[in-house]
Structure formats: C-alpha cells, structure tokens
Design a protein. Structure first.
Length: 216
C-alpha cells in the first residue's frame, strides 16, 4: 500500500521555540489575539479554505476533520521527519515531529518521536502537522497495520505539557517523548515509552542504532 505523508507547513518564517518562556499570562494574551478579528490573517484563512477544499480526499482518512479557521499573525514553522528502521525481519516506521528552534537556526526541537512496528515493509500511513495553533503544536494521523486502523492525535504546549492519544490510550509525554506501538492482529496493541531525546541524534541512522539498543 502506498505511504502518504501530508505535512502542513504553512508558516513562511521560522518562529519561536517551544523552549521560550511562555507563562500563563502570555498564553492568555495570544488566545485573546486570536479572538480579535482585527488581527486575523485573512490571507492564511483563505489559503487554508482553498487547500482543504482542493485536497479534501487526502484528508478524509485523518481522525479529526479539518476546517479553516482564522488566527492572528504569527511567526512559527513546524517540522517533520519520517523514517524507517529494519531490524532482522521486523519493520519499524515512525515520524519525528517538532518545530524550528528560532528564525536563525536550522535546528529542530522535536516534541514527539512516534514509532509503529509493522509486519510488512509497505503499509498505509497518513500524517498532518499544523502550525495554526501557535504557540501550541498539533499533529494527527493514522497507521493501518494488519486489518486495523490506529488513529493518533498529538498536542504540545510551550509551558511543557504534551500528550499523544492513540485509539483512546493517552501518553503524557513529560515522562518520555518517544513512543513505540506494537500492534496485534486482533487490533489491540502493546506499547513502550522512552525518555530518549531525539535532539541528541544528528540523523536517523544514529537514532536507529540507539533504538536497537532499547529493543535488546
């Protein structure tokens, strides 16, 4: 089955890191700005309406429906990096999700590394990463393994809290940002959560070597 990766990177400038000092008051001020129609970026709003309409069929498999909504101006760029790991006769497919550190750096701050064990090399996956909820990071997607569909939703707050929800199993990512899902043929799954920091690795090959050690 073909692999589909949809990355919604419609923030044209690099932006704030999630490591910035976002206090509750600052988050409240940003929330109020989104409610002020005089601050809405109508160009982005119309762009989203056109995108969701034109590519509607590509989004139908996602767990959450997509609709355009207006937001205040922001500078922020999200990032994603899909990867594959082949260990013996087992295949692992995953995705790194994060945001660029700041406007002058190519470094990415990863908020989630999500890995699925697959019985075969080719399977269907679909992911969507969005910057529109800045300063929050949001993503969603699906994996199809055996005859089962696994829906997942990820959200990260700049004050440090983030979670991954997969088929109603919630992971608090403060206790580890690398999640491994081990699906069973009946639709159930086992899982592991690691405190391995994706930012320690320079590329996916080094990450793969470290991941192998976790499986031993």
């Amino acid at each position: 089955m073909p692999k589909i990766i949809l990355c919604f990177l419609i923030a044209f400038q690099f932006g704030f890191s999630q490591n910035k000092n976002w206090k509750l008051k600052k988050l409240e001020e940003k929330s109020e700005a989104h409610l002020d129609s005089t601050k809405w970026n109508k160009t982005l709003f119309n762009q989203d309406r056109d995108t969701y309409s034109e590519f509607k069929v590509n989004f139908e498999d996602l767990p959450l429906q997509l609709s355009a909504f207006p937001v205040a101006d922001y500078d922020y760029s999200v990032a994603t990096s899909p990867f594959e790991i082949n260990i013996d006769s087992s295949y692992y497919k995953g995705i790194h999700i994060g945001n660029y550190k700041d406007e002058t750096s190519d470094d990415i701050v990863f908020g989630l590394t999500f890995i699925f064990k697959s019985p075969e090399k080719e399977n269907k996956e679909n992911s969507f990463i969005q910057s529109r909820n800045f300063p929050y990071l949001a993503a969603q997607g699906t994996f199809r393994v055996f005859d089962s569909k696994y829906d997942w939703v990820f959200a990260s707050s700049p004050d440090g809290f983030s979670f991954l929800l997969i088929n109603m199993k919630l992971f608090d990512l403060r206790f580890g940002k690398t999640i491994l899902i081990l699906p069973n043929e009946d639709g159930s799954f086992y899982y592991k959560q690691y405190k391995t920091d994706r930012n320690l690795f320079k590329d996916n090959m080094l990450f793969s070597e470290s991941f192998k050690k976790h499986l031993e």
